[in-house]
Ligand binder design. Structure first.
Ligand code: ZN
Length: 359
């Protein structure tokens, strides 16, 4: 179902039908404007919300596997209903969490009836939500802050009122805010793994590679070779230079061992990919190719090697930065934007972060 309006009408019908058994809550699901894109005979990606989150579903012989739940329970329920409508089946088998951030896990309770899978790092991070609520206070404030910003935008540019995207954005944040106000039932994964895990689902296998401490504590890359899919964690984005340990990453966590593991995981995923492989980020409508991703991985590996070499040779950080200008030394990524995640100079940030991780 590619027409978003038809899809949301269908969803509304589903929800009205489902609400029949819950007398106190007989309201239609909000139209969140979920967009569906088919990636292959057994796979589709569902984009939703102002952050353009991507939720991936693979319909296998042994049930539907979903990657990431949603910002909140209602959002996740709407995505789940859209998946059901797209594949015309409801045999959900597993939910996989790619990392612990709110837009990927705070809707897990919509999948409490099926096994949830995630890395041990991710499970520990989610258990921390309960034991240390202060750690998620900034995440809980996101809907309110975003709503205030949206309403400010609408005030300063009334023309936006005619834009259905703006209205939908407002509706989205109100939905998430209401869910948070009602209280979040955090459901951490019951099935965990250390470095990697494979789910064998008949016609399709789903491979999980935990690499951690890139953009969150529990980052995981998920591949589905039979469908030619790689669901990147928040690690590589279309036109941006990759950010090593960005502003959302756990502070001070990066070590040489973690860095070596990243490079090994990324190289393994690249080696298994071919020119038809579709790389999907956690956010965004754009699908990347191996030709776009491989230079970014090569950049990371070469920069890591160069920084280590400079440090071992007794150079200072300033000397290393001077010796490693981006455009001249890394022409493979010269065309990429050097600003992301609010950082003005990603390349220098990367050198400094790798310098601190180097032995
Ligand atoms: Zn994230």
């Amino acid at each position: 179902m590619s027409n978003p309006r038809a899809s949301s009408l269908f969803l509304a019908a589903l929800f009205i039908a489902a609400a029949g058994s819950a007398p106190a809550r007989a309201q239609a699901a909000p139209d969140l404007g979920i967009k569906v894109r088919r990636l292959g005979p057994r796979a589709a990606v569902f984009n939703v919300g102002p952050w353009d989150n991507t939720y991936l579903a693979v319909a296998t012989q042994k049930g539907i596997v979903v990657i990431d739940s949603g910002f909140s329970k209602t959002v996740a329920q709407a995505v789940r209903a859209a998946i059901q409508a797209e594949f015309k089946r409801s045999d959900f088998a597993f939910l996989i969490n790619s990392h612990e951030h709110s837009d990927h896990t705070f809707g897990n309770s919509a999948y409490a009836d099926i096994p949830i899978v995630g890395s041990e790092l991710l499970r520990a991070a989610m258990l921390g939500f309960k034991s240390d609520p202060a750690s998620i206070a900034p995440r809980l404030a996101i809907p309110e802050q975003s709503l205030a910003r949206t309403q400010q935008d609408l005030k300063s540019d009334p023309k936006l009122l005619e834009n259905p995207e703006a209205a939908r954005g407002e509706r989205f944040w109100k939905t998430v805010q209401a869910d948070y106000a009602a209280g979040i039932d955090f459901v951490p994964p019951a099935i965990t793994f250390d470095r990697r895990m494979t789910l064998n689902l008949g016609d399709v296998s789903v491979h999980l590679f935990s690499y951690g401490h890139w953009h969150s504590t529990g980052d995981t890359i998920i591949t589905v070779p039979e469908e030619g899919l790689v669901r990147l964690g928040a690690i590589l984005y279309g036109g941006h230079l990759p950010v090593v340990s960005g502003p959302y990453a756990p502070k001070g966590a990066l070590t040489a061992a973690i860095m070596n593991n990243w490079i090994a995981v990324l190289n393994e995923v690249m080696a298994q990919a071919d020119e038809k492989t579709q790389f999907i980020s956690c956010h965004g409508w754009t699908i990347m190719s191996k030709a776009q991703c491989a230079p970014q991985v090569a950049y990371l590996e070469r920069l890591w090697n160069e920084v280590r070499r400079a440090k071992a040779a007794g150079k200072t950080l300033a000397e290393a930065k001077q010796a490693l200008p981006r455009v001249e030394r890394f022409p493979e990524v010269a065309a990429l934007s050097d600003a992301a995640d609010g950082l003005p100079n990603v390349h220098e940030h990367n050198i400094e972060t790798l310098w601190n991780a180097a032995p």
